[in-house]
Design a protein around this ligand. Structure first.
Ligand SMILES: Nc1ncnc2c1ncn2[C@@H]1O[C@H](COP(=O)(O)OP(=O)(O)OP(=O)(O)O)[C@@H](O)[C@H]1O
Ligand SMILES: [Mg+2]
Length: 391
């Protein structure tokens, strides 16, 4: 699989004063509370909202520019850059690159943006498109080939440039913006996931509020995958016999989940199942999505799960990462113990400036520490050997 995100760089974004994170097919951000794990995922969440609804709406969703910009003694421009292999001609040596710079324009108390898209065209030359003020400029190699004005200096190129013709680079931009808008930042809302869901045959929602429908879709589209999902759940839940999806009556067609447990006379509705059961079911459903998104971020992946579930979860994460690039966040040494050094991204905070230090240690250094010790990476992390623990 071509990895859609190989690198995330951020400057002055919330706690991320300056970070440069390289990604593989599966990575897990590991670190204490407040170290910046969610903020790394937030970079992608912010760009995904910007591409869907434009900059003003994205800033509003976050409570305004002050909540995006790192609040420190010296305020700096917010810079977000992502690199990856999204467009047809991208290669490891010439990845696609998108950079967004947001600055506060003091006098007008408004936010200005500068953007740069870089990607390779079929004719082999690199193409660069910049958006500054109300001006779009297209370069091929170093040569300026085209310049025109945008309707507004507030709208982003992410939101408007997909309308460019293919000759002007519209195709490359469209693949890129389509990718950004498909990013799934998965954070199950367990109460919502317990409810029956309308039978739409939809992909799983980012809060898993349509869990029953998403499971039904897996059952209809890929019965073998559905069977394996039930087995994975049973491996984690002693006493579970089977999972059923049952239609719920009424005019609106809906479906609900029931679990049959050993020694319990009637099936248990998901509404009455344990918290961890619902959460695990939601994760397994997302990781068995028949049409997976190109990139999935998963918040607090271990939350609510027994250590025994980690093996099943990790097997599933690795299998799913052949089709979807995955970036998860955790605080669980049990999960970290099972990870390979190259899958771990340790997050820490600078003792004086409070800025996030990510990665706090390289994967080679983690590998050496693991080799030199009898402990696994989770124990090394928890004991402070590979950093990422509260000072
Ligand atoms: N605009 C901002 N400027 C400076 N720091 C900020 C800003 N917004 C948020 N932060 C800081 O970012 C820090 C990291 O938050 P984040 O949510 O990424 O942590 P986390 O590693 O996900 O923690 P947890 O394990 O608790 O979920 C918080 O301590 C918060 O104070
Ligand atoms: Mg967090």
């Amino acid at each position: 699989m071509k990895l859609p995100v190989t690198r995330i760089q951020a400057r002055n974004f919330r706690s991320l004063e300056q970070v440069d994170v390289r990604l593989g097919p599966l990575n897990v951000l590991v670190g204490p509370n407040g170290s910046g794990k969610t903020n790394v995922l937030n970079v992608l969440r912010f760009l995904a909202t910007t591409v869907r609804f434009d900059l003003a709406a994205a800033l509003q969703e976050w409570g305004g520019f002050d909540h995006i910009q790192r609040q420190s003694v010296k305020l700096g421009d917010v810079e977000l850059t992502i690199e990856g292999l999204v467009t047809a001609n991208s290669t490891d040596e010439a990845p696609d690159r998108y950079r967004l710079v947001l600055s506060r324009y003091r006098r007008a108390n408004s936010v200005t943006r500068h953007e740069e898209f870089t990607f390779k065209c079929s004719r082999g030359r690199g193409r660069r498109i910049t958006v500054s003020g109300d001006r779009v400029t297209i370069y091929e190699g170093d040569e300026e080939t085209f310049s025109r004005s945008l309707a507004s200096n507030q709208t982003t190129g992410l939101a408007t440039l997909p309308k460019l013709s293919d000759r002007e680079g519209g195709l490359g931009i469209r693949s890129f913006t389509e990718f950004l808008s498909q990013i799934l930042v998965f954070e199950p809302d367990v109460s919502a996931a317990r409810q029956p869901a309308r039978d739409y045959g939809a992909t799983i929602a980012q809060d898993a509020s349509n869990l029953a429908d998403a499971l039904n879709r897996i059952r209809m589209r890929d019965p073998d995958s559905w069977k394996l999902l039930s087995q994975e759940l049973a491996r984690c839940l002693p006493g579970l016999q089977s999972v059923q999806l049952v239609p719920v009556g009424g005019a609106a067609r809906a479906v609900s989940v029931q679990l049959s447990e050993r020694g319990v006379a009637a099936p248990v509705d998901l509404a009455d199942a344990s918290y961890g059961t619902v959460r695990l079911l939601a994760l397994l459903a997302a990781l068995r999505e028949p049409d997976p998104p190109p990139f999935m971020a998963i918040e607090e992946i271990d939350h609510g799960l027994h250590p025994y579930a980690m093996d099943v979860l990790l097997d599933r994460l690795r299998a799913a990462s052949n089709r979807t690039q995955i970036l998860a966040a955790t605080r669980s040494p049990t999960l970290v113990n099972r990870l390979r050094p190259e899958e771990i991204i340790v997050c820490d905070r600078h003792p004086e400036t409070g800025a996030s230090v990510i990665p706090a240690i390289s994967s080679d250094e983690i590998a050496s520490a693991v080799q030199a010790s009898e402990w696994g990476p989770g124990e090394l992390w928890f004991s402070g050997v590979i950093r990422g623990v509260p000072a």
